[in-house]
Design a protein around this ligand. Structure first.
Ligand SMILES: Cc1cc2nc3c(=O)[nH]c(=O)nc-3n(C[C@H](O)[C@H](O)[C@H](O)COP(=O)(O)O)c2cc1C
Length: 167
């Protein structure tokens, strides 16, 4: 498998924590991790396997840094790239916009047929999420606020899945 570039935006550090867990699970040398606050969008093009991570703020908004960054990302030439997305949210406090930033991120991508990593919605309790499509989440969903005990297992399962779906 080719090296993975993981690009996250975080406000209180939880999306970063999950980025580090993902890296650890793949193996330290397999993933380069970047905070989007400190890079140029073109840096993404150094990788063929790409992971984007965002938390949800406001009512379903993407994390602040993503709100600006995304406009440049969607203009990049993503030909030949495989992309996986993950999103953090809080199903207890925001059950009507749970992990919606992941849904927005997915929505903004022009290359939907190159997106992998969809997972089952089983085990989450909410009543609306724009990250849900055809009965699945469009990427990994993590709830560090209400279900932190499930994070390690969810990351592990997702990484096993991506090891087959990445190139
Ligand atoms: C003001 C505020 C608004 C939030 N809005 C949402 C939301 O609409 N949907 C959701 O699922 N989570 C929401 N959350 C929960 C965060 O997404 C969650 O705490 C996340 O883990 C934060 O990650 P970060 O520290 O990487 O930014 C909100 C949290 C706060 C404090």
């Amino acid at each position: 498998m080719k090296k993975i570039g993981l690009f996250y935006g975080t406000t209180t550090g939880k999306t970063k924590k999950v980025a580090e867990l993902i890296k650890k699970e793949f193996g330290e040398k397999s993933v380069d991790v970047f905070d989007i606050k400190h890079i140029k969008p073109e840096d993404i093009l150094n990788y063929d396997n790409i992971i984007f991570g965002t938390s949800a703020w406001g009512i379903g908004d993407m994390q602040d840094d993503w709100e600006i960054f995304i406009d440049k990302v969607v203009d990049l030439d993503m030909k030949g790239k495989i992309i996986a997305l993950y999103g953090l949210g809080d199903q207890k406090e925001y059950p009507g916009s749970f992990a919606d930033a992941l849904g927005t991120l997915y929505c903004r991508m022009h290359v939907k047929d190159q997106i992998v990593g969809a997972i089952s919605t089983n085990g989450y309790n909410y009543y609306f999420s724009s990250a849900e499509l055809d009965g699945k989440f469009v990427g990994l969903v993590i709830d560090e606020d209400f279900q932190p005990e499930k994070t390690a297992e969810r990351v592990k399962k997702w990484v096993t899945q991506l090891q087959k779906e990445f190139k």
